[in-house]
Structures are given as structure tokens and as C-alpha cells.
Design a protein around this ligand. Structure first.
Ligand code: MV4
Length: 460
């Protein structure tokens, strides 16, 4: 096992990793920007090092400062958390070259999955189902048009270097492909430094379902079922649940086996998530693979009773998986509400000081947060304040418990999206488990009742 882990992150995930390290008997080094000097991850760590001013670029993304901090503290491993440098293959490589273990998959694996065209090709070879589309990258607009005609409309243009919804364009006919290809490619070049594009058949009402993979460095590999992540707005997930109401035990077994077989073929190690898009008929297609621990990992931990961050660290230290596929069975239902410091109606960020704070508790309630009374939500970072993770014997109990917990939650001084979560949890489609990625839009702009006169937002 490692002696000392440097946590290259902040907020709730820094605290989450720190707690796992403590339970493993591993010393911790916190790093922080000047804005985060008072943070809990700094206070609870064995050592803390200031790595720069508030802006992420100058602190949590500052590779030289992070490597220097690891060097002077004698850390033998770095945990990147999620976001920031967690999927930066160059960073993982630099860390490895210093003789420090990067807690995550090998850098080649991060690089492969970071290029969506390469990942798509590799995953198809490894046996995962793909949507019909371009085999590799598109050379030009003419090729895009030709393939779009073969595939049939609508199609979606995506940037190879994009991901998470960035750099996508939906095209409903040949003219749109012609018109949008250059724009999309130029935008991708400006945003990611790589204008490479690919194309797929577009699914109108998809569900976003992802499988959790856990692999050791000795060939041991298991999956921990799926998470349903269709409650999103502008590619920001708001609420996730496990298991997915759209996945039967048989489908779970099938998707798990297909995913494991693909991961064995590419020699995947450590934790990872395979994102699938599911169409109206329940068919599933590989989208992207994430090589980090994800924000929504707790719902899987609750349902499968396995500490994913502890496992991630253990496996990185060369230890073996202790669980077999047969021994991991879903035993409950779990829902995560991402409590963000933002306006519940406009979704505009709402940083500032939390002047009053009381968090929910009781049976089946877990709150992963860095917040406390007087905590200042910073404007420099993402707006996540807490993950309210609710677990129940079944989905119905979990939904009711989540509402109960949200009603107990008091956060004063800043706006939060707690009111929005309450609306999701009573939405008939959500309650029935029959929803897709359009659900947030449907909650914000409910369809007018049959026969009702048309009204504007102002009611005129
Ligand atoms: C799609 C799609 C429909 N068809 N690809 C958005 C995030 C990125 N991982 C892929 N995304 C999508 N890809 C095809 N071929 C629809 C989306 C999409 C979406 C996916 C998951 C969750 C929410 C979404 C919201 C809009 C679009």
C-alpha cells in the first residue's frame, strides 16, 4: 500500500478521497488554491500545500506546482479525483515518470478514450455495439454527406476531441451536413486544438446509461451494473439513479458481459465507466468511456455495498480485487441529487457565503459535501455544493425518502437547485421510471394541456 497520497483536487471529492485514505491508513497531502485555504479537505489532511491563486489554471490545473508539491512532501501516489487533471494523459505520464503512481488507468488508456474516434474504433473491434456511422474520422464535408446519406437522417456530427456533449451538431438533411461540417470542425479546432470530426445516426429520445467497471492489475475484472443519468440539462447531470428503471436483470447481465469482454480485450485497469445511449426500443450503443472516478459513483457504492474509492486506491497499489462477479448483486435502489449553488429557475450560478446550514440525516441518507455554516461557495469552480445520496430497499421508497430528505435540507445565504430536485421527484414520468434525456426540458416547459389556449411565459 502507498505511504502518502497527494490529492490533486478540491471540494467534496477531495474530502471523499481523503476519507478513503484515512481508512486505509495512508497519509494525505491536500493541495489548495488561496481561495480554498479554509476548506475541510485542507483542515483534515495530514499536510497541506498552497499551489496558487484561485483560478483553476493557476492552481488545480498547474502541473508544475502539483508535481513540486508531490516532490517536496514525498508522496508516492497522486489521486486526481474528477475534472481538473483526472483525464489528462500527459499529466498521468509525467507523474509516472517521476516514479509516483497515478491513481487511475495507464496513460495509454486515458489517451485512447480521450480521442472519441479512436475509442469508438477500439470498442467496436472489442465487440461493443455502435450506432451506424463513419468508420473513422471524416476527411471533409463531402465524405460527411456521403456517409450521412448511407446512414439516414437525422445524423449527429461530433468532435473527436470533444465529449460530454461539447462540439456536437445535429443535421436533419444533406444541406445541413454540408452547412454545419466546416463550422463544427472549426469550432472543435478552436476549442480543443483538434478539428477531427465523426458522424453517427442521431437518436431522438435517448436514455444515458453507464456501466461501472472495476479492474485490478492482474486480470481480475468485474462490473457493478449501470447508472441511469438521463436527468441532465445542457450535458450537466442533475440527478442519477441505480439501478436504471430501463434495465432488466437479463439486460444488465448481457450489457455487463459485453462490457467486460471489451475491457479485457483492451487490457483496461482501475475504475472506469462505459457510457451507452439507449434508444426507444431498448437497444444500446457505446458512446464514450470515462477513465476517472465519476461524480455519481456513490449510487453504485450504495447499491453494490463496495467502496469504489478505497478499491481504486487498493488496485492502484497492485492489490487484487476481492470480489467476484457472482458476489456483487444489486441490493437496493439509490438516487443522487446534485445540490448546486445556482438559481433553481435560471440555473445561473449563485456563489456566496452559506449563512445557515442544516443537512438531512436518518436511515438511508448520505451527504457528500464540503459545505458547513459560514462556508463560502467560490465563483471560480463548479457549483456543486453537496451530493445527497438516498438509498432505499426499492425505487418507490428511495423516491419518497429523497423528497423527505430534500425537505429537511436548509441552505441559507445562497440559492440552490433543491426546489428543482423536488419537481423532478414528483414528475409523473420520473415517478413511473419512464423518462429520457428530454425530462428536464419537459419539467421546465410542461406541454400545454389538451385544448387549452396557447399562452406565453408571461401569461399573455
Ligand atoms: C448522441 C445523441 C443522440 N444520438 N449521439 C451528449 C453527450 C455525449 N456523451 C453524447 N450525447 C449525445 N449523443 C447520438 N448518436 C444524444 C446525445 C445527447 C445526450 C446524451 C446523453 C444525455 C443527455 C443528452 C442530451 C442531449 C443529447
Amino acid at each position: 500500500m502507498f505511504k502518502k497520497v497527494l490529492i490533486a483536487n478540491r471540494g467534496e471529492i477531495a474530502l471523499r478521497v481523503l476519507r478513503a485514505c484515512k481508512e486505509l491508513g495512508v497519509a494525505t497531502v491536500a493541495v489548495h488554491s488561496t481561495a480554498d485555504a479554509e476548506s475541510l479537505h485542507v483542515r483534515f489532511a495530514d499536510e497541506a500545500i498552497c499551489i496558487g491563486p484561485p483560478q483553476s489554471k493557476q492552481s488545480y490545473l498547474n502541473v508544475r506546482a502539483l508535481l513540486a508539491a508531490a516532490d517536496v512532501t514525498g508522496a508516492d501516489a497522486i489521486h486526481p479525483g474528477y475534472g481538473f487533471l483526472s483525464e489528462n494523459a500527459e499529466f498521468a505520464e509525467l507523474v509516472t515518470k517521476m516514479g509516483i503512481k497515478f491513481i487511475g488507468p495507464r496513460p495509454e488508456m486515458i489517451r485512447l478514450m480521450g480521442n472519441k474516434v479512436a475509442a469508438r474504433e477500439a470498442m467496436e473491434k472489442a465487440g461493443l455495439p455502435l450506432l451506424p456511422g463513419a468508420r473513422g474520422k471524416l476527411a471533409n464535408a463531402e465524405e460527411a454527406e456521403k456517409i450521412a446519406e448511407e446512414v439516414g437522417y437525422p445524423v449527429i456530427l461530433k468532435a473527436a476531441a470533444g465529449g460530454g456533449g461539447r462540439g456536437m451538431k445535429i443535421c436533419r438533411d444533406r444541406a445541413q451536413v454540408r452547412q454545419l461540417f466546416e463550422t463544427a470542425s472549426n469550432e472543435a479546432l478552436a476549442a480543443f486544438g483538434d478539428g477531427t470530426m465523426y458522424l453517427e445516426r442521431y437518436v431522438e429520445q435517448p436514455r444515458h446509461i453507464e456501466m461501472q467497471i472495476v479492474a485490478d492489475e492482474h486480470g481480475g475484472i468485474i462490473h457493478l451494473g449501470e447508472r441511469e443519468c438521463s436527468v441532465q440539462r445542457r450535458h450537466q447531470k442533475l440527478l442519477e439513479e441505480a439501478p436504471s428503471p430501463a434495465v432488466t436483470p437479463e439486460l444488465r447481465r448481457e450489457m455487463g458481459e459485453v462490457a467486460l469482454s471489451a475491457m479485457r480485450r483492451v487490457g483496461y485497469n482501475n475504475v472506469g465507466t462505459i457510457e451507452f445511449l439507449m434508444d426507444e426500443k431498448g437497444r444500446y450503443y457505446f458512446m464514450e468511456m470515462n477513465t476517472r472516478i465519476q461524480v455519481e459513483h456513490p449510487v453504485t457504492e450504495q447499491v453494490y455495498r463496495l467502496d469504489l474509492v478505497r478499491e481504486q486506491i487498493r488496485l492502484s497499489a497492485g492489490e487484487r480485487l476481492e470480489r467476484t462477479q457472482e458476489s456483487v448483486v444489486p441490493g437496493s435502489h439509490s438516487i443522487e441529487c446534485r445540490v448546486n449553488a445556482e438559481d433553481p429557475v435560471t440555473f445561473a450560478p449563485s456563489p456566496g457565503k452559506i449563512t445557515g446550514y442544516h443537512q438531512p440525516g436518518g436511515y438511508g441518507v448520505r451527504v457528500d459535501t464540503m459545505a458547513y455554516e459560514q462556508y463560502k461557495v467560490q465563483p471560480y469552480y463548479d457549483s456543486l455544493v453537496a451530493k445527497l445520496v438516498i438509498t432505499g430497499a426499492n425505487r418507490e421508497i428511495a423516491v419518497k425518502r429523497a423528497l423527505r430528505a430534500l425537505n429537511e435540507y436548509v441552505i441559507e445565504g445562497i440559492k440552490t437547485n433543491i426546489p428543482f430536485h423536488k419537481r423532478v421527484l414528483v414528475h409523473p414520468g420520473f415517478v413511473a421510471g419512464k423518462y429520457d434525456t428530454r425530462i428536464v426540458e419537459q419539467i421546465l416547459n410542461p406541454p400545454a394541456p389538451e385544448g387549452a389556449p396557447k399562452t406565453t411565459a408571461a401569461g399573455g
